[in-house]
Ligand binder design. Structure first.
Ligand SMILES: Nc1ncnc2c1ncn2[C@@H]1O[C@H](COP(=O)(O)OP(=O)(O)OP(=O)(O)O)[C@@H](O)[C@H]1O
Ligand SMILES: [Mg+2]
Length: 249
């Protein structure tokens, strides 16, 4: 999707609770540390979480922005954020089309727009994922997460045959275990979908992650030396600058 010079990165997983929201926030901060202008958007319209993990007052949310009355708020961690509102009936039924139009308009001012998608493969989620320049599919080593991540990748191939997707393995017990998790997905994609899926990176399980979430302070601010923070930074380095391959039409 054309966002001026920027790109739309969507974060999905199929299965809930694997770390999409935390990964989205951490990637936003790590990309901002690299000097990129980043907008983080809560795409979980009914059960928004970014405001909770960042302890933000969702005074002005996506609904207000759609109505033309609000701009993304700057966060001290260096990126702008557009929050949702948990339990908001008004946002729960939101359609993909107006959100994409909003992202296209707001996205002009940013290098990277990160969209934290909800769990599941509802039609609206698929439509948003299909328009991303790069879909990051978060998976853990649990069989249910792998099955759901594979389903997301399969549907994405149908919805966006030339779309790019990569796997983020989260909560890995170690780098090798994380790579083994990715290889399982890659092998399934090669065998049944005709092409593999690249690994974006492995993020280790780290007790400092839930501690930061409980404190409602981003990990890269609270524990910049944490193993998981290092993994996020390494992953971000691999995402690089927008390339023609990533910039879908
Ligand atoms: N690398 C990690 N190490 C340890 N714990 C983690 C890690 N990543 C995520 N978690 C744990 O997973 C929990 C769920 O994370 P998060 O809310 O970001 O998941 P989600 O996929 O966005 O969930 P939902 O599907 O409900 O939106 C966090 O509260 C945290 O405790
Ligand atoms: Mg979430």
């Amino acid at each position: 999707m054309t966002l001026g010079k920027g790109r739309l990165l969507a974060i999905a997983s199929g299965k809930g609770g694997v770390g999409k929201t935390w990964v989205s926030i951490s990637l936003a901060q790590a990309l901002a540390e690299r000097g990129r202008r980043v907008l983080l958007v809560d795409g979980d319209f009914g059960l928004a979480n970014i405001d909770v993990q960042l302890r933000l007052d969702p005074g002005r949310d996506l609904g207000d922005a759609l109505a033309g009355g609000a701009l993304p708020a700057p966060h001290p961690a260096g990126f702008a954020v557009l929050v949702g509102r948990s339990g908001s009936g008004a946002l729960a039924g939101l359609e993909a089309a107006p959100v994409l139009a909003l992202l296209q308009r707001l996205g002009q001012a940013y290098d990277d727009v990160l969209l934290d998608l909800p769990a599941g493969v509802a039609p609206g989620v698929r439509r948003l994922a299909a328009r991303a320049d790069l879909l990051l599919v978060v998976a853990t080593g649990e069989p249910t997460s792998l099955t759901d991540a594979y389903a997301v990748l399969k549907l994405h191939r149908q919805d966006a045959p030339s779309g790019a997707a990569r796997v983020v393995v989260n909560q890995a017990s170690g780098r090798l275990a994380g790579e083994a998790t990715w290889r399982t997905l890659d092998t399934a994609c090669r065998r049944f979908l005709g092409a593999g899926v690249p690994l974006a990176g492995v993020i280790r399980r780290d007790a400092l992650v839930p501690a930061a979430i409980r404190a409602q302070v981003p990990l890269l601010t609270r524990s910049p030396g944490a193993a998981a923070a290092a993994d996020v930074r390494a992953l971000t380095a691999g995402l690089g600058a927008p390339t023609p391959a990533l910039l879908g039409a």
